[in-house]
Design a binder for this molecule. Structure first.
Ligand code: GLA
Length: 390
């Protein structure tokens, strides 16, 4: 869909649902992690990229304190009062909007009611952060309507808080940070302790391709929380020997090896993955910028092997996709993305072979699993912000 078609779709829907025209337009992108699975809540590094798939909200302020939101993707509508914000298990999608209103309101940011139409090209529940895109788009809209002066980092942190406390998913900062701070044309090396990002070039001959297994993952499931707790346990045990360790980000493999016997076996495996993955993030940033194909391939393969064997976030559909991606023409390297347990994976592909890569990866995966994947190229898109009114 072109930008113009998307504008007309959203505008027509607004007119049909609310009458008249929207006055404010905002966008927030999804993201893909190029390296760094589960490193964010260990205060480590992630090489992340905001993608040209985004959530838009077109809105018009209301005179009262009501928010009326309509989702084109879900063909659903919700209304709530800014003076009584309650989650609703029957309309979970709206909890992301409500959570943002609740969290920013509690911090003293003035909220205005609005009528709004939401449209997303980030596939829902597939590991590309459609939830963060909705949260950040909502925050951007309230900011525009309320004329707030607010640091971008504060927007990311409060959106994360909304997801942690209102929605009830204990995610790290990766998704919200990327949606706010993503940069067009490059990846971002995110330091999750210092909350700083460094623009990182991707060799122009390399294309990032999303390979969605379309095997559904459940992020709020217990697995994510369990991994997080195991990492915290590992860091706490190592800290008894090395007081400078506050999180696994601070630990080295030598320290882990020296005290491996003190850690329950499963905790030791989780910690090893995180420590190795952190180093791979730094190594991949250099390799992607330099276009070092052999290094990219080896780092991505090691990341997937660790995700499968040490962190245990792979599922058979992901193994089938790995094989399909690596066998397709132009493949440089491939790995998991997002939280794992299905969802999207990511391939680094020779730009001039993408047209051959896509059908080959798709067909091979479909043959192996009987499931039709979605395979498409993505480019690094700008972080969230206002769009010009139509
Ligand atoms: C999800 C979470 C992120 C991050 C990734 C795994 O996307 O929302 O905070 O932990 O999983 O890297």
């Amino acid at each position: 869909m072109t930008g113009t078609d998307r504008r007309s779709l959203v505008q027509d829907r607004f007119t049909q649902v609310f009458g008249g025209q929207p006055t404010h337009w905002v966008q927030a992108p999804g993201r893909v992690d190029l390296m760094g699975s589960h490193t964010d809540y260990n205060q480590g590094y992630v090489l992340t990229m905001s993608i040209d798939r985004s959530t838009w909200i077109a809105a018009r302020p209301r005179p009262d304190r009501v928010v009326a939101i309509d989702s084109i993707n879900l063909d659903a509508r919700v209304e709530f009062s800014l003076d009584d914000i309650q989650p609703d298990p029957a309309a979970r999608w709206a909890d992301y909007v409500k959570g943002v209103a609740h969290t920013f309101g509690a911090e003293g940011y003035a909220l205005r009611g609005f009528d709004g139409v939401i449209h997303s090209t980030v596939p829902l529940s597939s590991g590309l952060s459609s939830s963060a895109a909705l949260e950040v788009a909502t925050a951007m809209l309230f900011k525009e309507l309320g004329g707030w002066v607010i640091e971008p980092l504060q927007i990311a942190l409060l959106c994360q808080r909304a997801e942690n406390q209102f929605v009830g998913v204990n995610c790290g900062i990766l998704d919200q940070y990327t949606s706010v701070h993503g940069q067009a044309g490059c990846a971002v090396l995110l330091d999750c302790r210092h909350l700083t990002g460094q623009a990182t070039a991707i060799d122009p001959g390399i294309q990032v391709v999303i390979c969605d297994t379309r095997f559904k993952r459940e992020l709020s499931g217990s697995e994510y929380a369990e991994r997080r707790a195991q990492c915290e346990e590992g860091a706490a045990i190592l800290a008894r020997h090395y007081p400078e360790i506050r999180a696994l980000r601070d630990a080295t493999l030598a320290q882990l090896d020296a005290h491996a016997g003190d850690l329950p076996d499963v905790v030791q495996r989780r910690a090893r993955f995180i420590i190795e993955e952190n180093q791979r993030v730094l190594d991949l940033s250099g390799a992607l910028a330099a276009g070092d194909r052999a290094a990219i391939r080896a780092l991505a393969a090691a990341s997937f092997a660790g995700a499968r064997d040490l962190y245990a976030i792979s599922v058979p559909a992901m193994e089938s996709m790995m094989a399909a991606m690596l066998a397709a023409p132009g493949a440089i390297g491939a790995r998991q993305a997002g939280a794992g347990f299905g969802g999207c994976m990511v391939a680094f592909v020779e730009r001039d072979r993408v047209a051959q890569f896509i059908p080959a990866a798709r067909d091979a995966y479909q043959q192996a699993t009987n499931r039709e994947p979605h395979v498409y190229a993505v480019t690094a898109a700008p972080g969230a912000g206002a769009l010009d009114p139509a």
